[in-house]
Design a protein around this ligand. Structure first.
Ligand code: AQP
Length: 331
């Protein structure tokens, strides 16, 4: 008999343009391991509204992101792909989990602190409660693993604690999930300021991120302007944030070892390093951009894939939610 595959769940918000951090920290790993796992991937649009969104743009971005995930290689034959708001059990389970999660646990979340600092005059309670919705996303599918970038580790630890608490208080209900974080690419930094993670919400800064839909000219220009230092020494030195970040991006795309890369650039200057990285990134992203440009025109196909995805997701989610609801005594 064949061994049952472990199940992975992960999500991504339809806010801004998908960038190299999202790709190397999350999407590329989802795609590369599709055959190893039973995969469930979700466009988490209900998470997006924890920060005010223009409704029309949010709808457009939701379809754009779905098309981009397919363009990156998510294969609907191997993976379930759906939109979070089309499976209502996500928000329903989030309420049950909100009712068993202490405020103190949410208060510790660094992402809440970071994001609320960006807009201190209007901190919404949805932003504070967001980790409960993320716990619900993961626990609904009885997920074994959650492949994410380093920034999401704390939220997954919270989901684990919540699942353990629920199981302890109401009886065995949820699988305890584990984060799956890659060694390389788990934290890609901004090209303009390598002390801050590359982030969609900083996308208005001209040289902060490389979007997967950027043209070759834009990619080259942004790498040329990337912040480095005055040492002109090309080594994987974690203290020199800018050069380390560029070399990490190069390593993720080429899959070469650090030693081989350092040999390759021995005696070279930062100009050569930047143009070589730009070349590799441009060629790697070219088929993705081309496929995206086609898929985004195929609205009927996209809607069909997403409807099928929501249907299979619902089958699992309804079962888990009913069980949790009954265990808590809700009629
Ligand atoms: N810089 C990064 N390096 C590596 N991985 C990253 N991820 C995000 N930024 C980096 C990973 O991408 C996945 C999807 O992210 P998301 O859109 O759901 O959440 P996010 O962390 O809020 O993404 P951004 O780009 O940083 O957006 P904003 O600006 O809205 O905060 C996750 O697995 C995440 O770890």
């Amino acid at each position: 008999m064949q061994n049952k595959k472990s199940r992975v769940f992960s999500g991504i918000q339809p806010t801004g343009n998908i960038h190299l951090g999202n790709y190397l920290g999350a999407i590329k790993n989802w795609v590369d391991r599709q055959d190893h796992y039973e995969n469930i991937f979700c466009v988490v649009n209900s998470h997006a509204i924890t920060i005010p969104q223009d409704p029309k743009i949010l709808k457009e971005k939701t379809f754009e992101l779905s098309a981009m995930l397919l363009a990156c290689g998510i294969d609907p034959k191997k993976s379930t792909l759906f939109i979070q708001s089309q499976v209502q059990e996500h928000t329903s389970l989030a309420w049950l989990l909100t009712c068993i999660t202490p405020m103190g646990d949410l208060n510790r979340m660094t992402q809440f602190k970071d994001k609320s600092q960006k807009n201190p005059k209007s901190i919404l309670s949805g932003l504070f409660n967001y980790p409960n919705l993320m716990s619900a996303d993961i626990l609904l599918y009885q997920s074994d693993f959650v492949p994410v970038g380093e920034d999401q580790k704390q939220h997954i630890e919270l989901a684990r604690d919540t699942a353990l608490r629920f199981n302890r208080d109401f009886g065995e209900t949820f699988v305890i999930p584990k984060p799956l974080i890659m060694q390389e690419g788990a934290r890609i930094m901004g090209l303009d300021d390598p002390s801050k993670k590359m982030s969609k919400s900083s996308g208005d800064k001209p040289n902060h991120l490389i979007a997967l839909i950027d043209t070759p000219e834009e990619i080259l220009k942004k790498f040329k302007k990337a912040t480095t230092d005055s040492q002109n020494l090309i080594t994987f030195d974690k203290e020199r944030l800018g050069v380390y970040n560029l070399l990490t991006i190069y390593q993720c795309f080429t899959q070469k070892s650090q030693k081989t890369i350092e040999e390759e650039f021995k005696g070279e200057g930062y100009g050569k390093l930047k143009s070589k990285i730009a070349e590799v990134v441009i060629e790697s992203l070219r088929p993705i951009r081309e496929s995206y440009n086609y898929l985004i025109t195929q609205k009927d196909y996209l809607e069909k894939i997403l409807a099928e995805g929501a249907k299979s997701a619902r089958e699992i989610a309804q079962k888990t939610y009913q069980d949790a609801k009954e265990k808590m005594g809700l009629i």
